[in-house]
Design a protein around this ligand. Structure first.
Ligand code: MSP
Length: 492
């Protein structure tokens, strides 16, 4: 039985259509999903939309639409964008779907039953942009630093979760990597938060209408974050399909941005423990795409439409650029200038040029068939050949980088192989062998050179597949034109 691999993106707010920041997280998860599928794992890749709460309701009001009508439109634009960006998600959960509402209510009832819920009065500040209660300490000039807006004062009676009862257990799980938080500095950040101490948090809102009513007090609705986190289990059958749920839970990887670390690393495991469920295995935290140093967000008005970029530069170029330019985990500025530079240097001059060089050479050489009887000889020469030796070490380094979720390193390794191919061509000058009157010897040498290049190109295409699926298929189909040569390709 292949091993399951359950991987998720956060679910996106439906106050606005997707932007290149949301595409960043989704593309990253897509690359991992495709990589693990290629490795033979039974991948389940979930994404979706977070549709309840004040933030979404306010956006609907502004657009003069009912909340449902509004979120239907935005959810549709998310689905369409992911299709356009070649995202291979297995499911898409919307928090307004009956399966989610049913599962969330089951979860809330289980939480109540656990005895860890109590009624209390909340008085403080709330940032609608973050959908979270915020302390004065977290503000900069009286404003939320992520949304540049002053929070509103809230005073209401609602239900609280006894987070404090679970913090010791959560701390142990994180310290011992039972919940693995990566990169390391994020794990340390969470441990520091634990050291500071955390207050119990409210799981319901009294004055908000757009949400899921608490099953034990219909006058209150579930706090949007509790409900949102629960999507990771309702989508796989919690409350509706126990068998599927048992097969897939716990999640193998939640990939998230750094702004939502506390919710995923502390609140979520504590909530799960309270109802007797296992916590997720791993949380990987990435940085922000910024524009002039500021987080790209619709609220700040500095976003770029990913469809516009994909139409102008190509889907694969966008996917490549986002993961090549910024070391995954760190913040990085998104700039069209850099995208164009990388497009020209890496894709057109690097990859594109190599593919057309090798195909042209092979065509000029007459696309000669490499017949089966030559297999042995070709194999022997392959073993000696520097370029082919390089392929093996490329594979190893690539695998190591991807399994550590270092996309930029994995891509760097592929591009080193591309340069090695270029150097190999320069060194061996196959064109001199093509133009000469060919002897048996030169013919053999030519075959070996071209075969090594075609083999390397095939490997490059295979390694690129999770990042640039369409480009990879195109290269592979171009190589396949030479069917007889293809039989010699080893299973890389
Ligand atoms: N709805 C919550 C998540 C609930 S998950 C149970 C939410 N939504 S969001 O739409 O604001 O953000 C979703 C994800 O997109 C987050 O991981 C966030 O970090 C990421 N990004 C949003 N803008 C981004 C950038 N400018 N750069 C990188 N990631 C960005 O939070």
């Amino acid at each position: 039985m292949p091993k399951k691999f359950y991987i998720t993106t956060p679910i996106y707010y439906t106050n606005n259509p997707p932007h290149v920041g949301s595409a960043y997280t989704t593309i990253a998860v897509d690359v991992l999903a495709r990589y693990y599928r290629q490795k033979g794992k039974k991948v389940f890749f979930l994404t979706g939309t977070d549709e309840h709460g004040e933030k979404n309701a306010q956006a609907a009001k502004k657009a003069n639409k009912s909340p449902q009508e509004f979120v239907d439109e935005i959810a549709k634009s998310f689905k369409e964008t992911w299709r356009a960006l070649d995202i291979s998600n297995d499911d898409f959960i919307r928090t307004t779907e009956p399966r989610h509402i049913k599962g969330a209510q089951k979860f809330l009832s289980a939480l109540k039953k656990s005895g860890k819920i109590y009624q209390g009065k909340y008085e403080g500040l709330y940032c609608i942009g973050c959908e979270k209660f915020i302390t004065k300490k977290e503000l900069a000039d009286g404003k939320c630093p992520d949304h540049q807006k002053a929070p509103k004062k809230v005073s209401e009676t609602n239900y609280f979760f006894k987070l404090s009862d679970f913090l010791d257990r959560v701390k142990k799980l994180i310290s011992h990597d039972k919940i693995k938080i990566e990169p390391l500095e994020r794990k340390n950040e969470v441990l520091a938060l634990l050291k500071q101490g955390l207050e119990d948090f409210s799981i319901s809102r009294q004055k908000v209408k757009w949400g899921i009513p608490l099953p034990f007090d219909k006058k209150q609705i579930s706090y949007v974050w509790v409900e949102a986190l629960v999507n990771y289990i309702t989508a796989i059958g919690y409350g509706s399909n126990q068998k599927k749920f048992n097969q897939l839970w716990p999640a193998d990887l939640h990939l998230i941005g750094k702004d939502i670390l506390k919710f995923h690393a502390l609140y979520w495991p504590a909530l799960l423990l309270a109802v007797g469920l296992k916590p997720p295995r791993k949380i990987f935290v990435h940085g922000f795409l910024t524009a002039d140093g500021q987080k790209m967000s619709k609220t700040l008005g500095n976003v770029i439409d990913p469809i516009y970029l994909a139409d102008k530069y190509g889907v694969d170029a966008l996917r490549y650029f986002l993961l090549r330019e910024i070391p995954f985990g760190q913040d990085g500025d998104f700039s069209i200038k850099r995208l164009e530079e990388r497009y020209n240097a890496d894709l057109a001059n690097g990859l594109g040029n190599l593919v057309s060089r090798v195909l042209t050479l092979s065509e000029k050489a007459g696309n000669f068939p490499v017949i089966a009887s030559e297999r042995k000889r070709a194999k022997q020469s392959r073993r000696k050949n520097e370029l082919i030796k390089g392929v093996k070490s490329t594979q190893k380094k690539y695998k190591k980088a991807l399994e550590k979720i270092k996309f930029h390193e994995a891509l760097e390794v592929i591009w080193r192989l591309i340069s090695a191919c270029d150097e190999f061509i320069e060194k061996n000058k196959p064109w001199t062998l093509i133009s000469e009157q060919r002897t048996a010897n030169s013919e053999q040498k030519l075959k070996e050179i071209l075969l090594s290049l075609l083999l390397s190109l095939k490997e490059i295409a295979v390694l690129l597949r999770p990042f640039m699926p369409a480009t990879s298929e195109k290269i592979l189909s171009q190589i396949k034109l030479n069917k007889k040569t293809e039989v010699l390709f080893p299973r890389l």
